[in-house]
Design a protein around this ligand. Structure first.
Ligand code: GLV
Ligand code: MG
Length: 349
């Protein structure tokens, strides 16, 4: 464990100093695209302004034979990147794979000047973050970068979940965590075969009734515990939590429900795997006009923020006004990015 006074020192001579605060820039959807696919790369200039984060995916989903083409695609996209309002991220291959090291080296040396975040999959503990932290510092120094590249870890191993607080505290570079339900299910030996979302078998049943009427069942959320734990670990360390992938692209309704559960529990965004999921994430992770209106009324009614008032028959107090401030600060950050939302919320953009 490093001394706290050294925590914000660069880990390599010439590397930029770590940030003291992780920026809370809108990242409602982390949109995945396969940079090995030339057709997709050609669409980037059109797609990039429509999303908060565009992520070049080098890991799972890219066939082994295409790993080098994917890396080259990232370089092509990064070198012609001209969408400063949108963040550019990449997901590299895991640290134990044959490609992880070359992915990191290429990403930082070739496109580090436009890359905001690298997503590291299958993180098992703080040692994985320490390794990437030092390597990034060495590469940043070599590339003479002025701004540190942040790390986003995917929570998709049982060890990672068990050590999630240590992972979040491992480096000032940590930007956030995403739940990776597909790998996590496999690693935990869960008996599912899906990429995120619920399962009809995971339910509770109403007690039997004396008149023998049918017993209702209610599907439960497989991910509730992990998301809640991830949110606590992130908040405690000043970083951002995200829901990950929802694999059933056609089931837009269940995708919206899963994203909304994550939003209500504290997540700031989710992955979009297909253009159809972009508007879902945008809708879910932007507070509604009614929420913003209500939050504003509570803040106004609460004056200095202490005490209690009755508003529409409901008690509001110091704690509910703080929740309203969360809604308002989220709305302000989104309004600054999106003029339509600024209009909707009545906030000058
Ligand atoms: C994402 O990478 C997942 O495994 O769900
Ligand atoms: Mg995964």
């Amino acid at each position: 464990m490093r001394s706290p006074k050294d925590f914000y020192r660069p880990l390599a001579v010439g590397a930029p100093a770590p940030l003291r605060e992780i920026p809370a820039v809108p990242s409602r959807m982390i949109h995945f695209f396969p940079p090995s696919n030339a057709r997709m790369v050609a669409k980037v200039p059109d797609l990039a302004p429509k999303v908060d984060v565009l992520l070049a995916n080098l890991e799972d989903g890219v066939p082994a034979a295409d790993k080098e083409a994917a890396r080259a695609g990232l370089v092509e996209v990064g070198q012609s990147w001209s969408t400063p309002g949108t963040q550019l991220w990449t997901r590299v291959n895991s640290l134990d794979s044959p490609w992880g090291l070359d992915d990191l080296v290429t990403a930082v040396l070739e496109v580090g000047h436009v890359l905001d975040v690298v997503m590291i999959p299958k993180v098992e503990g703080p040692e994985d973050i320490h390794y990437v932290d030092r390597l990034l510092a060495q590469l940043e120094a070599k590339a003479a970068l002025r701004k540190p590249i942040l790390i986003h870890a995917i929570l998709e191993t049982a060890a990672g979940v068990a050590r999630v607080e240590e992972i979040c505290a491992a480096s000032p570079r940590l930007q956030g965590l995403s739940l990776g339900p597909a790998d996590l299910a496999a690693n935990r030996r869960m008996k599912t075969t899906r990429v995120g979302g619920g399962h009809p078998g995971y339910l509770v049943r109403q007690d039997p009734s004396s008149d023998g009427t049918d017993r209702a069942t209610y599907q439960q959320d497989l991910w509730h515990y992990t998301i809640a734990r991830m949110v606590d670990a992130c908040v405690m360390n000043g970083i951002h939590p995200y829901y990950g992938p929802f694999g059933d692209i056609r089931d837009t309704m269940a995708c919206e429900d899963q994203f909304r559960n994550a939003f209500l529990l504290g997540c700031v965004g989710a992955w979009s795997l297909h253009p159809a999921q972009i508007p879902i994430a945008k809708k879910v992770f932007s507070p509604s006009r009614d929420d913003v209106r209500h939050a504003r009324r509570v803040v106004e009614a609460m004056g200095d923020g202490t005490g209690a008032v009755l508003l529409d028959g409901r008690m509001e107090d110091d704690a509910s006004v703080k929740q309203c401030h969360v809604i308002l600060s989220t709305a302000r950050a989104l309004a600054a990015r999106d003029p339509e939302l600024a209009d909707l919320y009545g906030i000058a953009s």
